[in-house]
Write a protein that binds this ligand. Structure first.
Ligand code: AMP
Length: 211
């Protein structure tokens, strides 16, 4: 009983926090932004696809790659019947706005043969925008910070390597702290005290409006 009351309080507090954070941070700052991308591949030469992404990002005159993590091999989520992923995180500096950067990332995914037919199926390359400065974006096509990043060890692990002190602007915690929290939770479980988590587990981006 007492636990339930606490959960409700946490949910309310977090929702309030996200709304307050969004109101505070929707103002875009001038100049280039520091952005973190998450990469994942589980088809073909996975390491080579990661190299290709970095090469293609750098070829873009509006993007400068400043850091990259090691590659981490991860089992496909939920024990899905598909090959293991190779994951990495990349830091870039860009003058592009978030929506344009998403387009560039999707063009790279397509250039690398990404098949979008099967939503959760194997993929040559998946590029996620994890953090975009301290901006909070929540529209149909793009949600930043990436709504699942703080619960995915395959995101937090490489990101911690290159940006341990970067701050998640909604949760207001460092990547290092989010990683440690997730690790303590067992790394795989979902925290249903956070709003929307149960729905997120079933897929879809519909419940991400909470950002
Ligand atoms: P995925 O299957 O991971 O490639 O994601 C598919 C869709 O997620 C894309 O069509 C994007 O519009 C959407 N999306 C929402 N937020 C993000 C984000 N932060 N980074 C990348 N894709 C995103």
């Amino acid at each position: 009983m007492a636990k339930k009351r606490k959960a409700v309080k946490t949910k309310k507090t977090l929702k309030k926090k996200a709304t307050a954070a969004k109101a505070k941070k929707t103002k875009k700052k001038a100049g280039p932004a520091k952005v973190y991308l998450g990469l994942g591949s589980n088809v073909g030469d996975r390491e080579e696809y990661i190299e290709q992404v970095i090469f293609l990002l750098e070829k873009n005159p509006n993007i400068q790659v400043t850091k990259r993590s090691s590659n981490y091999e991860t089992e496909a989520e939920g024990g899905a019947d598909q090959p293991a992923f190779m994951n990495a995180a990349v830091a870039i500096i860009t003058k592009l706005p978030p929506e344009k950067l998403l387009e560039v990332c999707q063009e790279i995914e397509t250039a690398l043969g990404r098949d979008r037919e099967t939503e959760w199926g194997p993929r040559t390359m998946d590029i996620d925008i994890l953090l975009f400065d301290d901006q909070i974006v929540s529209d149909d096509k793009l949600q930043v910070p990436h709504p699942l990043m703080h619960e995915r060890m395959f995101v937090l692990k490489p990101l911690k390597e290159i940006a341990p002190h970067a701050i998640h602007p909604v949760l207001e915690k460092s990547i290092e702290d989010l990683f440690e929290e997730r690790k303590a939770e067992g790394g795989e479980k979902y925290d249903d005290e956070l709003p929307g988590f149960k729905d997120i587990k079933t897929g879809g981006y519909d419940d991400y409006e909470r950002w």
